[in-house]
Write a protein that binds this ligand. Sequence first.
Ligand SMILES: Cc1cc2nc3c(=O)[nH]c(=O)nc-3n(C[C@H](O)[C@H](O)[C@H](O)COP(=O)(O)O)c2cc1C
Ligand SMILES: CCCCCCC(=O)C(=O)O
Length: 365
Amino acid sequence: MAMVCLSDFEAYAKKYLPKIAWDFFAAGADDCSTRDENILAYKRIHFRPRMLQDVSMMDIRTKLLGTEISFPVGIAPTGFHQLAWPDGEKSTARAAKAMNTCYIASTYSTCTLEEISAAAPGGLRWFQLYIHRNRAVSQQLVQRAVASGFQGLVLTADLPYTGKRRDDVRNGFRLPPHMKLKNLEGAFEVCKMSPSFHLLRWHVPHKTKTTGLDPSVTWNDIYWLRSLTHLPIIIKGILTKEDAELAVRHGVQGIIVSNHGGRQLDGGPATIDALVEVVEAVQGRVEVYLDGGIRKGSDVLKALALGAKCVFIGRPALWGLAYKGEEGLQEVLRILQDEFHLSMALAGCASVSEIGRHLVQFSKL
Ligand SMILES: Cc1cc2nc3c(=O)[nH]c(=O)nc-3n(C[C@H](O)[C@H](O)[C@H](O)COP(=O)(O)O)c2cc1C
Ligand SMILES: CCCCCCC(=O)C(=O)O
């Protein structure tokens, strides 16, 4: 099967993954309007391409907090990679390293932080943190991330409770017994629950005590995190200028404009629309990134034109893993890289530094 674009990987994953895993990856909250809006919103943005710009020599590299990556696309944190491929997050780490880009490993990984690091030594990796009620659990995770060579800490801010994903409820989604939330095995002894707990309950706030996550987390907890580590802190899940300002004032080094792939509050804005107000509020004080709905190289170009330093892909990485593990994910990244390269050239930009707001306009529709 010739894989030409990211939708080909989506079709493959839908056909071959067990339905319960496919539904979990695809899920959005409620009736999925925000999930779908993330993709539709790109269609309302049009290029203002420039011609005769000498694009014979192209440079698509960029830097994330000072570290060079081969092109401005990284891998967003997603849980449970073994649902897509037996080697799980180890394959993800290898693919990211091979493509010289950044992989954000989830707290809800099915491999340990140490296994992920050992799989791709020297690769650029950030660790995504959910803060647990038992702070010692989160503190230990941060310490393990530092010890295993992770170079950034991504605090996810948009999941005090899990959104209601209807198909997961219908399917009674749970991990197969042989898969574990490897980084939280000790933690679950503390919480007196099994690490393959029943995800069906996640969307019911009064029952979420069982997940161990702390819904009382506030901006002040960024100071607590800062006291634990000197790693840069990146906050994920910001959608408004007010929160962007708070993030900067609380000393983070980066902001990921994200609505969790539309899996949390349904009815919020597409991330590409929210990006504009966040970038305007931040005024270059910290780096701003985006995830949600990136499916083509031209989407990447639009996000950069509107001020993102880099974008991250969630579901497409899982489709790549489902296709052929490490190799499949590399193929997904390579296709995006080639498409981005071509879009840049056709828009008249020879290097990432030439991409700017002048390159796009919002359609009136
Ligand atoms: C199956 C799945 C699992 C996810 N798990 C996490 C997670 O563990 N931590 C987190 O911060 N975000 C998680 N996310 C959200 C992603 O990091 C990201 O925001 C989103 O997938 C981007 O949208 P896209 O899938 O359209 O690229 C998850 C998303 C999906 C689809
Ligand atoms: C108890 C919360 C688990 C979250 C699992 C991964 C995730 O963030 C998702 O969107 O799914």
